[in-house]
Design a protein around this ligand. Sequence first.
Ligand SMILES: NC(=O)c1ccc[n+]([C@@H]2O[C@H](COP(=O)([O-])OP(=O)(O)OC[C@H]3O[C@@H](n4cnc5c(N)ncnc54)[C@H](OP(=O)(O)O)[C@@H]3O)[C@@H](O)[C@H]2O)c1
Length: 284
Amino acid sequence: MKIILTGSNGLLGSSIKNILIERGHICFPYSINRQGIDWNIDLRNNVLNSNSEVLIHAAANTDVEACERDPLACFNDNTLTTELVAKLAFELGLKLVFISSTGVYGNYKNTPYSENDECHPTTIHHKSKRISEELITSLSISNLIIRTGWLYGGSMDVKKNFVAQRIIEAKNKEIIFSNIEQFGNPCFNDDIALRIVEMIENESMGIFNCVNDKVASRFDYVRAIIECTGLKTKVLPATADKFIRSAPVSNNEAAVNLRAEKLNYTPLPDWSVSLSKYIDSLLS
Ligand SMILES: NC(=O)c1ccc[n+]([C@@H]2O[C@H](COP(=O)([O-])OP(=O)(O)OC[C@H]3O[C@@H](n4cnc5c(N)ncnc54)[C@H](OP(=O)(O)O)[C@@H]3O)[C@@H](O)[C@H]2O)c1
């Protein structure tokens, strides 16, 4: 397939690009986040010239704290941009794949959210994602919306790589405190990217949670990272109030891939298994 991809330099986008190429697709990376171009016209030309059938929109303003401080910039970068991308895709007859977040569910349950649960996002960033999802669904049914979780992956240099950041922190500290009250699914970018590509190949449509299996507290996650590295740094639990954030991020971003399970997709690996393999390869 010929597939145009925004956000191809990002944590998830770079993995999607590699997996598309590995599986024999033709990937056209497109960068929206550039100064001095009318990207809307330029993207249209790129879609037409490339003859693409699918547009994956993985670009976003992913700084949840900055979004909270500057809601207008956040809605411009995420919602308005997504609306224009979606209109273009549907006008030119492309299927749209939009990357969203399990953060859209909000903070009203103590158990993992499924696609049947309502969305009550608590932060500006997650509101911008939820409004984008609604816009896309109202514009066309030819869409695939992926709600993913706590992403990591890539090399040690990737700024947004949570695992790499914790390894660097552990090398410089004897003790790390980590939130024992926040829950989610640590998600390996290559596992998520592969599932997205499989879903495109299978022509799956609609909203899917897409997270590695099983739930972790942030504390479980950080402790597992440090254990896998063999470093001697202690990881100690701390309550949520010890971490001051601008954005009121939900304490429960955990999800289950209920729709994928019903459609007989093989379960994604347990987060701790993928994490351990990833750290082995990162350190070897
Ligand atoms: N990281 C997570 O834990 C997480 C969790 C749930 C959902 N997601 C979603 O997954 C998708 C990919 O996330 P990621 O972690 O791979 O993101 P990332 O590493 O921050 O990359 C995002 C990409 O978006 C583009 N971009 C950067 N700043 C932008 C801005 N202000 N406005 C518009 N585009 C901008 C850039 O595209 P170019 O490559 O073209 O320069 C960048 O490479 C996003 O939609 C994100 O919301 C991420």
